[in-house]
Write a protein that binds this ligand. Structure first.
Ligand code: HEM
Length: 490
């Protein structure tokens, strides 16, 4: 028995070592001898060790700010076998957001998503197929389509808040997570799952999400319990979604949801999407929008409820809109909620849901920084765009540490005045967020309903970011007290 266990551990250790060595080999750094430009300033050895106390006491955000202030907008940090080049600001971001896949690739870095969504989509398939699938995602979230999601979103929001009592205390972070999953299951996956198997769907989806952790990121296929659960959950979810697709096809039933748009999508060569592709794309889309929207909603709630002047401005805006349209809300009316929109945008500037974006350098590239310096970045380096620093640059945003949604109002428009890639909370360029408009829509519908129907007070302290999470989020609970009321019109 002992021998079997030892052999098992040996096998695991061997597997672990082989995977590490493969990763090292794949990530080998090669230099272009022809390139005469210098590499960016580099932090390594003792200098790297010196960063540790700042990292532990002040956190990654402050550490990255310190490095930016010291080295400028492009600098490399060397770990044992990896060189990570950090980019800050619009000038340094150009190649990151606009570079070709053959120059700066997403693929290798996102390998951990392959077992989450299956072998038929995204980073498991060739680049051209992936781009066509991205087109299906983006087209399903275009304004013409978005209009049809407003009513189902409203219904979900109204139904959800009807469950709240006359007054009480809630963890707003938890409430947003639940509500956004309900909205996703209705607007993305469709009626069948929302009405008949929401609980089972959520449980399985949660098991897929648990596959997003540091171990699975490094070794997506290592047979640890969390990866096994993730794999089983994906198979089960694919079965559930396949059944829905089959049933719609055999009864010639057509619904107004993203699932239907994926079923109806065709590749440029005329080929229809397969059930496995449709299912994988739906899972990927829920994943792309769930954590990001929940995190941004929580930060928006925390910021609004701790800034009375902007809470009043958002309430005033709702009063005016009620005055004009009564209780009616549609796509156009949502677009009139400029103050609320700017509050969400400002919360996302200060607390981006994806604080860093990552690519792998596929061939030697040249990057130009704000200071005008040009550096050669060798093939093999990892590129990290510091979204969390981009939004806090004082030459773009006046008093960047102050929550001031008015900075996005006409005339000031600090992000536009700053130039392309000054605002990167939704990414930019080739892989800009395909769900930005959808995300604003659902968050605005939720807040508009809350502002109109509840008096809200923040009772926990303003949260800090939780950097222990693979995808950072506000730390702990966001406790809020509520009391039902009816916002009058203006
Ligand atoms: C406030 C909420 C959201 C934020 C802050 C956000 C942010 C981002 C960012 C920063 C990227 C770029 C990633 C990169 O460059 O590596 C991205 C990509 C993407 N997002 Fe979002 N996102 C949000 C909501 C959503 C929603 C609700 C959906 C879909 C329903 C969605 C779908 C996508 C897709 C499909 C991509 C990939 C685009 C591509 O690779 O071409 N996002 N998002």
């Amino acid at each position: 028995m002992d021998l079997t266990i030892s052999a098992l551990w040996m096998a695991l250790a061997l597997f672990f070592i082989t995977t590490v060595l493969t990763k090292i080999a794949n990530g080998r750094i090669t230099y272009d001898p022809v390139c005469t430009l210098p590499p960016p300033p580099e932090v390594r050895g003792i200098a790297l060790l010196r960063l540790l106390p700042t990292l532990c006491t002040k956190g990654p955000e402050a550490t990255m700010h310190d490095l930016y202030n010291k080295f400028g907008s492009i600098f490399t940090v060397s770990f044992i076998w990896k060189r990570i080049t950090f980019l800050v600001g619009r000038e340094a971001s150009v190649i990151f957001f606009q570079g070709l896949e053959s120059e700066v690739a997403q693929g290798d870095i996102n390998e951990f998503t392959v077992p989450m969504f299956g072998q038929e989509i995204g980073f498991a398939v060739d680049y051209n197929t992936r781009m066509e699938q991205t087109r299906f995602l983006v087209e399903s979230l275009r304004p013409a389509q978005l209009r049809s999601y407003v009513d189902p979103m409203l219904q979900e929001v109204e139904k959800y808040f009807a469950k709240w009592g006359e007054e009480g205390v809630v963890d707003l972070k938890h409430e947003f997570e639940e509500l956004l999953m309900l909205i996703s299951s209705r607007c993305l996956v469709g009626k069948e799952v929302r009405e008949k198997m929401f609980g089972q769907f959520c449980k399985l989806f949660h098991e897929i999400e648990e596959g997003v952790n540091f171990a699975s990121f490094m070794f997506p296929y290592i047979p640890i319990p969390v990866n096994r659960r993730r794999d089983r959950a994906r198979i089960k979810l694919t079965e559930i979604l396949s059944e829905v697709v089959r049933s719609r096809k055999s009864f010639k039933r057509v619904e107004e949801d993203v699932l239907q748009r994926f079923i109806d999508s065709t590749y440029k060569d005329g080929r229809a999407t397969t059930i496995e592709e449709v299912s994988g794309m739906i899972l990927a889309l829920i994943f792309a929008g769930k954590h990001t929207s929940a995190t941004t909603s929580t930060w928006t709630g925390a910021c609004l409820l701790s800034h009375e002047n902007f809470l009043d401005a958002a309430l005033e805006e709702q009063k005016c809109i009620i005055g004009k349209y009564n209780d009616k809300i549609d796509y156009r009316i949502l677009s009139e909620m400029g103050t609320l929109h700017n509050c969400i945008k400002e919360a996302a500037r200060m607390h981006p849901a994806l604080p860093t974006l990552v690519r792998q350098v596929k061939k030697n590239i040249i990057v130009r920084g704000k200071e005008g310096n040009e550096y050669a970045i060798p093939k093999g380096n990892i590129l990290v765009n510091l979204v969390m620093v981009n939004g806090m640059l004082p030459h773009i945003y006046k008093d960047p540490e102050v929550f001031d949604p008015d900075r996005f109002r006409p005339v000031r428009e600090e992000d536009k005045a700053g130039g392309k890639f000054s605002y990167t909370s939704f990414g930019g360029g080739r892989h800009a967020c395909g769900g930005e408009a959808y995300a604003y829509m659902q968050i605005k519908i939720i807040f508009s309903h809350m502002l109109r129907n509840f008096e809200l007070k923040l009772i926990s302290s303003f949260p800090k970011p939780d950097w222990t999470k693979f995808m950072p989020e506000p730390k702990g609970k966001l406790m809020v007290s509520y009391k039902r009321f009816q916002l009058p019109s203006n």
